[in-house]
Design a binder for this molecule. Structure first.
Ligand code: ASP
Ligand code: MG
Length: 409
């Protein structure tokens, strides 16, 4: 007898028919004698609908009230799924996050889980019931409802799997696994059987939106065997797991990209201590997150300073920079919001030299100009003009042979 946590996303529970289909799937596992905790998201579109309602009441809705509102979406699907299961003769019981007691800190709309009480859940499981838990929500020490940030049901599922020491955590979604890149951009993209936690973390933070980043961090930290699968088709999906011996690793596991960034440059900055902090300080004070940064000194004792921000912050950041440019006596501000970041990710590059130069050669062959570069141990990112996104992704996908099954070592 195994213990599983299954999580179904918004599209998987998007209608009465789909909730019934989920119930069928769950009942099958229950009938085999396995113990099952099911975490559900709100019906697709519901969280957005509720958010729009809130902004009709208050321009910046109070975060505590926002959580009371948003948590209702998941409460609906838990009750409906539990009803569907009971109707099929599969005993089930639904709980809100607060009822389980998923305790979080008090950071409304992006709370972090502190502890989970597994007693009530195990009592139900041992009594032969399927336990249905509302994703995305918890309760703080004072009893206030909290939510875990958009996409937070993934984190609920992984945290529950860790707390219950479940055998596996399955994330059922509308794709049948993690792909080498987005198949909408490269139709030759291939589903990966396995990917490491680290790679998945990079892929998620670089723009691949399959799993909430925090859920991947959590799974890596607590060693939760995590599998991404489709709720609409059969298949083994993708297992997210620890790194195996380097010889078995493909050089590159995937290509991620992000269209949400914009680039800002301030030129002719006097090359003196404190300049970088004078530029980025006010940007940080405005709560604007910075991603890539480049600074280089010219021989006339000035520097050019370039960084990227989320496109939503582009205009705000540009205005701040124009003021800084004046204060610092720098030359000019240039800004470009038609850029993309394309990244190759793979633990295999740790043990192989020359991956970066190969990436740059591939882009050069396609006459794609690289505007910025940043690297970590297992990823290389470049900023290029947005119009080259598809070309860059496809060329790299082919050059690193991601359309082919990795060769046996
Ligand atoms: N319903 C929430 C959202 O749309 C949480 C989730 O689906 O994971 O972000
Ligand atoms: Mg999701």
């Amino acid at each position: 007898m195994a213990v599983y946590v299954y999580k179904f996303g918004g599209t998987s529970v998007g209608s009465v028919e789909r909730i019934k289909a989920v119930a069928e799937k769950v009942k099958k596992v229950h009938d085999q004698g396995d113990q099952l905790v099911v975490v559900v998201s709100a019906m697709s579109g519901e969280t957005n609908r509720l958010t729009t309602l809130a902004t009709q009441m208050q321009t910046a809705p109070i975060a505590r009230e926002m959580d009371v509102l948003l948590a209702t979406g998941e409460q609906v699907t838990t009750a409906l799924l539990s009803m569907a299961l009971n109707e099929m003769g599969c005993p089930a019981c639904s709980y809100t996050g607060g009822q389980v007691r998923i305790e979080t800190d008090s950071t409304h709309t992006k709370a972090r889980i502190k502890s989970i009480d597994d007693k009530k859940i195990y009592a139900d499981l041992n009594a032969g019931r399927v336990v249905v838990v509302a994703g995305f929500q918890g309760v703080d020490e004072h009893g206030n409802i909290t939510t875990l940030g958009r996409g937070g049901s993934d984190t609920t599922a992984v945290a529950l799997a860790a707390a219950l020491k479940a055998d596996e955590c399955h994330i059922y979604t509308d794709v049948d696994g993690v792909y080498t890149t987005d198949p909408r951009v490269e139709p030759k993209a291939r589903r990966l059987d396995k990917i490491t936690f680290e790679e998945m973390l990079e892929m998620s933070s670089l723009g691949s939106k399959i799993l909430q980043i925090r859920s991947v961090e959590f799974a890596g930290k607590y060693n939760v065997a995590l599998r991404v699968l489709s709720s609409f088709s059969e298949g083994r999906g993708t297992l997210i797991t620890y790194e195996e011996s380097a010889v078995e690793q493909a050089l590159i596991s995937g290509i991620a990209f992000n269209r949400d960034e914009a680039k800002l440059t301030i030129t002719g900055v006097p090359d003196i201590p404190g300049a970088a902090s004078k530029i980025l300080g006010p940007v940080a004070d405005a709560n604007i997150e910075i991603d890539m940064i480049i600074q280089n000194v010219a021989d006339d004792a000035t520097t050019d300073f370039t960084f990227t921000v989320h496109r939503n912050d582009f205009v705000k950041a540009k205005d701040i920079l124009i003021k800084i440019c004046h204060d610092l006596n720098a030359k000019a501000v240039t800004a470009d919001d038609s850029i993309v970041k394309v990244s190759i990710v793979g633990v295999g590059m740790r043990s192989h030299a020359g991956i970066a130069s190969k990436m740059f050669a591939v882009l050069a062959d396609e006459a794609i100009n690289i505007q910025m570069i940043s690297t970590s141990e297992i990823k290389i990112s470049v900023v290029v003009a947005e119009k080259y996104l598809e070309l860059a992704v496809r060329a790299l996908h082919a050059a690193f042979e991601l359309d082919q099954e990795p060769k046996e070592a």
